[in-house]
Design a protein around this ligand. Structure first.
Ligand code: 13P
Length: 258
């Protein structure tokens, strides 16, 4: 049984004081919800104060990016070692980084390796653009993104995947639960064909793209979908709480039924 996971990707939002206020607002509610891994990924500069703030809480902390070198003359970058002291998770290869910051499959791969090396759990984002989707190339694109140079069994056993179709990110146009379930099913099958059924059944695969409190149930009710990577809706405490609560209830019910 894979433990469901809901992660908030705050992107480039919240000052440090706003981030602290948001955590204070969501913490009491989140701490009452079981059976879901709850991860928040604020901007780098808020990681240290939030780490202190959530001591004793069930909330887990993640970063939104990292550089692949351990240290050195890389002005402005943040290393895996720096993050390992502050958080457990790190988002890698988000489409906004691939697009705005020219991150290639090779760079994303190096970042995954660097994160795994220091014990961070990467949340590796993959997904196709609207043009690729309309041209029927979704499976080809995902296969390419999953075939990074160093992908091996241990690679998939150490990470979490997030399927985020680019056309659904920040657009208010989410995939349907059925669409997302089918594509995530394809991802799991692909991993099974390359690395074996055991690892494919173990890896958690999230859906991301315009997830809200109103549509989370549609995704979480699907057997292949293990949780969500939530952007805009993770910045509202009550909405994020509702997403996590519904996930706990629905997955709890599904596991009792099975
Ligand atoms: P939205 O939920 O705002 O569409 O963002 C999704 C996302 O990119 C999460 O990483």
């Amino acid at each position: 049984m894979r433990i469901p996971l809901i992660s908030g990707n705050w992107k480039m939002n919240t000052t440090v004081s706003e981030a602290i206020d948001l955590v204070n607002e969501m913490r009491p509610g989140l701490d009452q919800i079981d059976n879901v891994d709850k991860v928040i990924c604020p901007p780098f500069i808020s990681l240290a104060p939030i780490k202190e703030l959530i001591k004793g809480s069930t909330i887990k902390l993640g970063a939104q990016n990292l550089y692949f070198e351990e240290k050195g003359a890389y002005t402005g970058e943040i290393s895996p070692l720096m993050l390992a002291e502050l958080c457990k998770f790190v988002i890698v290869g988000h489409s906004e980084r691939r697009h705005y910051f020219n991150e290639t499959i090779e760079v994303v791969d190096k970042k995954v390796q660097a994160a795994l090396k220091v014990g961070l759990k990467p949340i590796l984002c993959i997904g196709e653009s609207l043009e690729e989707n309309e041209a029927g190339k979704t499976e080809e694109i995902l296969t390419r993104q999953l075939s990074s140079p160093s992908a091996r069994i241990y690679y998939f056993s150490g990470l979490i995947l997030a399927y985020e179709p680019i056309w659904a990110i920040g657009t208010g146009r989410a995939a349907t639960g059925k669409q997302a379930n089918e594509t995530i099913g394809f991802i799991r099958q692909h991993i099974a064909s390359q690395y074996g059924k055991g690892i494919a059944q173990q890896v958690r695969i999230l859906y991301g793209g315009s997830v809200t409190a109103d549509n989370i149930a549609e995704f979480i009710n699907q057997p292949e979908i293990d949780g969500a990577l939530v952007g805009g809706a993770s910045l509202k405490a009550s909405e994020f709480l509702s997403i996590v609560r519904q996930t706990s209830e629905i997955k709890g019910r599904l596991s009792e039924e099975s």
